[in-house]
Write a protein that binds this ligand. Structure first.
Ligand SMILES: CC(C)(COP(=O)(O)OP(=O)(O)OC[C@H]1O[C@@H](n2cnc3c(N)ncnc32)[C@H](O)[C@@H]1OP(=O)(O)O)[C@@H](O)C(=O)NCCC(=O)NCCS
Length: 209
């Protein structure tokens, strides 16, 4: 069951994998994110537009910190060999929808362009799924991407999500409608996946106590 946000210290959300440190995002990260979030290519398949100034980046970080405070989200900065490597988050964490217990979140991420294509986001995704299910007590994590986003689709497949389908004309941008692919994973699927020898690394990424 989703754990009480009050019992979560920031340090409990520091996660180390073989190549990455994942640490909760903070106000001082504006300068790390800024040059990347200003690049139109990075956000072309994401829900947001390129940032026009650092104030926009600071506002994004503030909204993530507010979500963490409310217990509705967690956002991590990735570091690889001391360099900024990207951002990953669990968004829209919900414990209940009226009478329905949900314990659900959405996964989202982006990798710093110089470090793309090295398997880092797949490694970060495994670590965050481990945290979602084994530390935060979530029951299900969903993820989606624009159908043309081949790199993200591949990350999601490598993480072992179960494909649900394609949503037609899901969003309008750049003068056209775009289709959207959606997947999900339950805690049981995560645990079964981590038990398979081929996914031995899936459990990697222990949050520090
Ligand atoms: C999606 C993204 C996070 C992937 O990060 P990454 O660290 O490069 O991911 P990984 O290296 O773990 O895996 C990428 C996989 O996609 C594959 N890939 C990359 N570009 C591809 C393309 N154009 N077509 C097909 N496959 C592609 C890589 O070969 C790799 O697969 P492999 O390990 O089987 O070779 C990164 O491309 C990114 O930040 N994109 C912009 C932001 C974004 O779209 N975020 C996701 C929104 S849903």
């Amino acid at each position: 069951m989703l754990i009480e946000k009050m019992s979560l210290s920031r340090s409990k959300l520091d996660i180390r994998t073989s190549r990455l440190l994942l640490r909760p995002i903070g106000p001082a990260d504006v300068e790390l994110l800024w040059p990347h979030v200003a690049e139109p290519e990075l956000s072309k398949y994401m829900t947001w537009d390129p940032h026009e100034d650092r104030a926009e980046t600071a506002a994004f970080i503030a909204s993530e910190l507010a979500a963490a405070d409310r217990g509705t989200g967690h956002c991590w900065v990735l570091e690889h060999d001391g360099a900024f490597a990207g951002v990953i988050g669990l968004h829209g964490i919900v414990a209940y929808t009226r009478a329905w217990r949900r314990d659900h979140a959405e996964l989202g991420y982006w990798c710093a362009p110089p470090l793309q294509g090295r398997g880092l986001m797949t490694e970060a995704g495994r670590a965050v799924l481990g945290c979602a299910f084994e530390v935060l007590g979530l029951h299900k994590v969903s993820v989606g991407c624009i159908s043309e986003n081949a790199a993200s689709k591949r990350v999601i497949e490598k993480l072992g999500f179960r494909f649900l389908g394609e949503q037609r004309d899901h969003c309008f941008r750049f003068g056209r409608w775009w289709n959207h692919l959606v997947w999900e994973m339950t805690v049981d699927e995560w645990r079964q996946g981590t038990l398979q020898p081929s996914n031995a690394a899936a459990g990697e990424g222990s949050p520090s106590a």
